[in-house]
Design a protein around this ligand. Sequence first.
Ligand SMILES: Nc1ncnc2c1ncn2[C@@H]1O[C@H](COP(=O)(O)OP(=O)(O)O)[C@@H](O)[C@H]1O
Ligand SMILES: [Mg+2]
Length: 271
Amino acid sequence: MNEAALRFRDVTVRYTPGQAPSLIDASFAVAAGERVALLGLNGSGKTTVLLTAVGLLAHRGEIVVGGLRLARRTLAPIRERVGFVGNVPEDQLLLPTVVEDVALALLRRGVAPAAALERATATLTTLGLAAHAETPVHRLSHGQKQRVALAGALVSEPPLLLLDEPSAGLDPPGQRALARLLAAVDAAMLVATHDLELAARLCTRFLVLDHGRLVFDGADLDMVLRRWALDEGEVGRPGRAPQGLAARIPAPRAPIEAVGPAGHLSEDAAP
Ligand SMILES: Nc1ncnc2c1ncn2[C@@H]1O[C@H](COP(=O)(O)OP(=O)(O)O)[C@@H](O)[C@H]1O
Ligand SMILES: [Mg+2]
């Protein structure tokens, strides 16, 4: 069996000591190449999961990324194998022009400048941004910035992508293009989103968070949609909106082989 791309075991995260945790005993795994949606209402803990997975928040429990247990000494190699796109693309775009910004991810990994620029250009072409390679980042639209941030995450071909609300702010054609584009990428993905259509097009498994607890983990999108309807107080009209949505979106592909037993429990890790 392949090593999981990402594994959480009994992970709890508290932003403020003494206060209620924002993630509570979360256990799940994402297999190599598997595309998993992380669903839940605002404040349910989606961003917390993603930030914790790359060591940006202290946690209790065990996190393993591509076989490496997350701890201070593994932070650098773990971040090298993760492509992370946060929900504010501006936060991630650092260099003056698009192509330089995308190449930065490679320069940080020791790739020579000429090769880095060449690969960055190729990735921008794939994302339909070739014409903007020399554009100053601040002149891009929100959707373009999001694609540039994605290019920066994809350019090093990491085995795991963590994407926070990648379709937020995109128009419907942009959302569909994003789903197509991501579906063509081989990496494992954990995609935090409210966008059920994106989740259905792209993902084969769905995790649902509710107030920091993982309350659903499965491939049956209809069950997720029913749960969503309940969350929205549509109990009196069971299934109406969800059925409409379910009819529009393609059936998920066959689920990928489940990930086997997790490793041992760990002591606290606070990178
Ligand atoms: N920096 C922070 N300090 C304290 N609490 C936070 C912080 N960021 C998020 N939280 C809390 O953690 C919970 C989960 O938030 P978040 O992971 O951002 O949810 P989501 O991404 O699902 O909207 C919320 O209750 C939120 O208020
Ligand atoms: Mg969030």
